[in-house]
Design a protein around this ligand. Sequence first.
Ligand SMILES: C/C=C/C(=O)SCCNC(=O)CCNC(=O)[C@H](O)C(C)(C)COP(=O)(O)OP(=O)(O)OC[C@H]1O[C@@H](n2cnc3c(N)ncnc32)[C@H](O)[C@@H]1OP(=O)(O)O
Length: 277
Amino acid sequence: MTYETIKYDVTDAIATITLHRPEARNGFTAAMSNELSDAFTRADADDAVKVVVFTASGDYFCVGMDMSVQGEPEDMEDPEWVEWATRVARPMTNSNKPIIVAIPGAAVGVGITMTLPADFRLAADDARFGFVFGRRGLAPEAGSLWYLPQLVGLAKAKEWMLTGRLVDASEGLSAGLVTSLHPRAELSEAAYTLARELATQMAPTSAAVIRRGLTAMTAHGSPEAAFRLDRKTIPHALRGKDIGEGVAAFLEKRDPKFVGVARTDIPQLADWLDGAE
Ligand SMILES: C/C=C/C(=O)SCCNC(=O)CCNC(=O)[C@H](O)C(C)(C)COP(=O)(O)OP(=O)(O)OC[C@H]1O[C@@H](n2cnc3c(N)ncnc32)[C@H](O)[C@@H]1OP(=O)(O)O
């Protein structure tokens, strides 16, 4: 697929997906929805990719739906509309690779909800966030009715979504929405420092089990379900390509050279997670 609203790059095992409509403050469109869906799916399928960085060109991350081009749909059941945030959030949720979001400025509406399935949200210290759907007569999307209370608690999620007020960066940090804050000029380096650490220090199969397992267990797990999942994943890890390397690297006081590939080494992971309820 040719991308017109985003950029996609892979360098040194890190895929970077960049919202690229800076003239429109990266306003979200149907084309952007399709392109992001394709890019996250592509990064997951590429065995050369170990980590994904999701960021944006310009001073805004994304001002949400581009209200200047995205009019009212003729058919409110049209999946082009109903599914447009899900198309992004689902491949992010199912990704075998950790996802780091670097948020340089305002992230509002779908501009913030589509980041919630990611694993880390690093933000500029003057960024703002807004769950403004009620103010526009819309309903929350991207699975945010589930994700937001998981991240910040039910009381805060209700307050943010019911008022639709803008939340500043420090409140986002203290509530748990944001992982860390950085001066805007240092945000990109902070994101790539973290990405390089994950790409070099984490066994890919371990990362996939951890990010997907935590989400699945939080969504529909229990201690017994987690014990059952452990019984699948631990023997698998012990038979895997990287356990010897991880232990040897520790004992030899050197960086590991992990060769595992989650997608092909544990193709049954999705079935294990589905069966974990
Ligand atoms: C299914 C999906 C649903 C959703 O995503 S619903 C959410 C839709 N998005 C919004 O409602 C956000 C509306 N925008 C804002 O609240 C603010 O903006 C911001 C907090 C994002 C940024 O504030 P500041 O930096 O003070 O900029 P500014 O002066 O308000 O806006 C600058 C220019 O950007 C235009 N703009 C902002 N957001 C959008 C948008 N989402 N779609 C189209 N245009 C937008 C404005 O109108 C204005 O334009 P001009 O300079 O010509 O006056």
